[in-house]
Design a protein around this ligand. Structure first.
Ligand SMILES: [Zn+2]
Length: 450
């Protein structure tokens, strides 16, 4: 790319701020504010004229975008890059807690502020920005580049990424590999690395929500028949918290392997002899919620109801428990486990539309991995490239049917605490070096598609 680093960053931040100001909020399935999404499309068309004239831009279900930048060699499998347009709502009543207004795109105190700055408009703007720059420079890819931008990732991707993946399948397209949102460049990883780490998602957890219902006779509280329905439910919930699903290190092992050079001597010894030390390592990782989530299917009681009046025994009490499933476990294995732990006094049924199996695990030795990690190493030489299991679900899981290597990498620098701001209060992107995200995509297109 011929543009200087400063111009790159400036143009990127300007276009990102404009995108953040368009409130493409996802309030749940089937209620997209199409006007907001259309305004975003207009902004993209204005900001990226070459992308819109030289590539084919298709709309799927009106609001999702499928952009194909045709390569000169049709025998090469396309590269797929993804970033979604929708953002989660700002929780009503928390607007004032934001350091800068949530849809301002304000650049203050070294950050660009706003809902979607990191999740996921930063990525959308960076990957388009890179394509526009390369088109300005006259770059012609040999390998086709496909840009997928869904409009409903935050409600499951069933109207966006899923139909787009199906459409690509009918066209006989099998991607070389897919790069979607995922990890980022974290400045440090508590307990594992004091130096920057480039987290690359190689798998993601599944999810199942279970409803537990206890029933009983009810009646007056003056002569209770024990156990009460609430007592039975409480016992079941206690049992689920006391008996977590078993921990396993196989999914996290590649992460630990990659981080060995960054560890102190003691931790390195501990983590490099897992056959002997697995018990101690599991206890250590199990102590922190973030690392505990990487080694097992987690159990989270999220709702509970029962009773209407102080002196009435309820006939029914229920609770909802959400499990995030690690690759290797399954929806069915979790339900079997729950049934065993709660016993016969409590009914168990699955709940909601969000249940999904964990993803497969993408390769960390394939040509695709080598290409991607090579480009990350080139643009972010300070960061140790590390495979990672994402504990949330993204649009790219819909590509499992057509692609074997699906990665998640968001080319932005962040603190661990910035991760909590995603979907929370005060989402923001570090301004310093933000232009490197554009350079990452440009180098990815050049090195994988030339
Ligand atoms: Zn996202």
């Amino acid at each position: 790319m011929t543009s200087s680093a400063d111009t790159l960053t400036e143009r990127f931040l300007e276009n990102l701020a404009a995108a953040v100001r368009i409130e493409t909020v996802n309030h749940g399935s089937d209620s997209a504010d199409s006007e907001a999404f259309q305004s975003l499309h207009e902004l993209l068309a204005q900001s990226y004229p070459l992308v819109h004239s030289k590539c084919s831009v298709e709309k799927v279900n009106d609001l999702s975008l499928l952009i194909t930048w045709e390569g000169t060699d049709p025998d090469l499998e396309p590269l797929v890059v993804m970033a979604h347009q929708d953002v989660v709502p700002v929780e009503p009543g928390t607007e004032a807690d934001w350091e800068q207004p949530p849809f301002s795109g304000a650049v203050e105190d070294e950050y660009l502020w706003g809902r979607g700055a990191l999740d996921d408009k930063g990525q959308l703007i960076a990957l388009l920005e890179a394509a526009e720059h390369l088109l300005e420079d006259g770059f012609e890819p040999r390998r086709t580049i496909i840009i997928v931008s869904g409009h409903d990732e935050e409600s499951g991707g069933f109207s966006g990424a899923q139909p787009i993946s199906n459409l690509l399948a009918t066209r006989g397209i099998t991607p070389f590999f897919v790069v979607d949102e995922g990890g980022g460049i974290v400045k440090s990883l508590p307990g594992l690395s004091k130096e920057p780490v480039a987290l690359v998602k190689t798998s993601e957890k599944g999810s199942v929500t279970v409803r537990l219902t206890a029933r009983g006779e009810g009646g007056h509280s003056s002569a209770p028949n024990l156990p009460t329905t609430i007592g039975k439910l409480a016992k079941a919930l206690r049992s689920l918290e006391a008996n977590q699903l078993p921990a396993r290190l196989d999914v996290m092992e590649p992460t630990l392997q990659a981080l060995l050079p960054r560890m102190g001597r003691v931790t390195r010894t501990l983590f490099s002899n897992l056959r002997v030390t697995s018990g101690a390592v599991i206890r250590l990782l199990g102590r922190r919620p973030e690392t505990n989530a990487m080694i097992r299917t987690t159990t989270a009681i999220t709702m509970v109801r029962g009773g209407v009046k102080e002196n009435v025994l309820p006939q029914e009490a229920w609770a909802v428990v959400n499990f995030r499933i690690i690759p290797g476990d399954s929806v069915q294995s979790v339900i079997d486990f729950v049934r065993k732990k709660v016993g016969k006094d409590v009914e168990v049924e699955t709940e909601g539309e969000w249940n999904s199996e964990p993803s497969g695990v993408s390769s960390t030795t394939s040509e695709a991995w080598q290409s991607l990690s090579g480009v990350i190493g080139e643009v972010f030489p300070e960061a140790q490239v590390t495979p990672w299991t994402l504990i949330a679900a993204t649009d790219s899981r819909h590509f499992e049917g057509i692609a074997s290597d699906i990665y998640g990498f968001s080319p932005f620098l962040l603190e661990m605490s910035d991760m909590e701001r995603i979907h929370g209060t005060g989402e923001r992107m570090l301004v310093e070096g933000a232009g490197r995200a554009v350079r990452f995509y440009a180098r990815l297109y050049e090195s994988v598609c030339s």
